[in-house]
Design a binder for this molecule. Structure first.
Ligand code: ZN
Length: 248
């Protein structure tokens, strides 16, 4: 009885989080993602960076849930579903970019930020979405085998979430490019399955090229990972501030 009352009081006293974020480390388990020239795996660096992002967001009062905290495979559709179930304010998927040819691997470095669209911005965005969507093709049944894009289009009917995703993407991208001094490869749109089910502003970050030798070396350094996490947290703060100003 007393324990029950104490629990109720604790619940009543628990402060409401300033915001709820779901941070999604790309890939995991047998889905390794891209590889660096020396063999580092995207799934491992994405998890390290995502953990640092979560810590930064918790430090400013956010409730943060990671879609995975270990090296396990999580179906792409389940990742946004976690955010929907929590009625999260935002969904951020963390990835590292890669180029397919030796020549392109030598030259391509920098930051790209994505939000959802049925049509990709350009051929390069199409390639990135195809690579990131490969996890689904390997492990998950299609929602609608006749037209997998239909599900995305249906979700795009939620135009509020799309506009919110665009604003969130630009806010984080600005901070990443400024904070890292990395090449600005732009904010782009593409049909990412991991974003398709999200009912809130949702973005996919390619925080650097793991396929580029020099950038891969930076990406595995804890100090650089902290700078990435700080930039993402700053971007989210800027996005929240802008939303607050707009609602006044
Ligand atoms: Zn990835």
């Amino acid at each position: 009885m007393l324990a029950g009352i104490a629990a109720a009081l604790l619940l009543a006293a628990a402060p409401r989080p300033a915001f709820v974020a779901v941070v999604d480390p790309g890939h995991g388990g047998d889905q390794e993602g891209a590889l660096s020239p020396s063999g580092e795996k995207e799934k491992d660096l994405a998890l390290e960076i995502a953990r640092r992002v979560a810590a930064r967001l918790r430090a400013v009062g956010g409730k943060v849930v990671l879609t995975r905290t270990g090296d396990i495979a999580v179906p792409l559709a389940n990742r946004a579903a976690v955010a929907n179930a929590l009625r999260a304010d935002l969904f951020v998927s963390v990835h590292l970019n890669s180029m397919p040819t030796a020549e392109a691997r030598r030259h391509s470095a920098g930051v790209e930020t994505y939000f959802l669209s049925p049509d990709a911005t350009d051929a390069s965005a199409t390639a990135v979405a195809a690579r990131e969507n490969a996890d689904r093709l390997a492990g998950e049944p299609e929602l609608d085998p006749a037209d997998p894009v239909a599900a995305i289009l249906q979700d795009l009917e939620d135009q509020d979430a799309l506009a919110g995703s665009s604003r969130l993407a630009y806010a984080i991208h600005d901070q990443l490019v400024g904070g890292l001094g990395a090449e600005d490869r732009g904010v782009k749109q593409a049909p990412f399955y991991v974003l398709a089910g999200a009912r809130m502003p949702a973005v996919l970050l390619e925080v650097g090229f793991i396929s580029h030798e020099g950038e891969a070396a930076r990406l595995r350094a804890p100090e650089y990972q902290e700078r990435i996490a700080a930039a993402i947290a700053e971007g989210i703060a800027a996005w929240r501030n802008a939303a607050r100003r707009a609602s006044r």
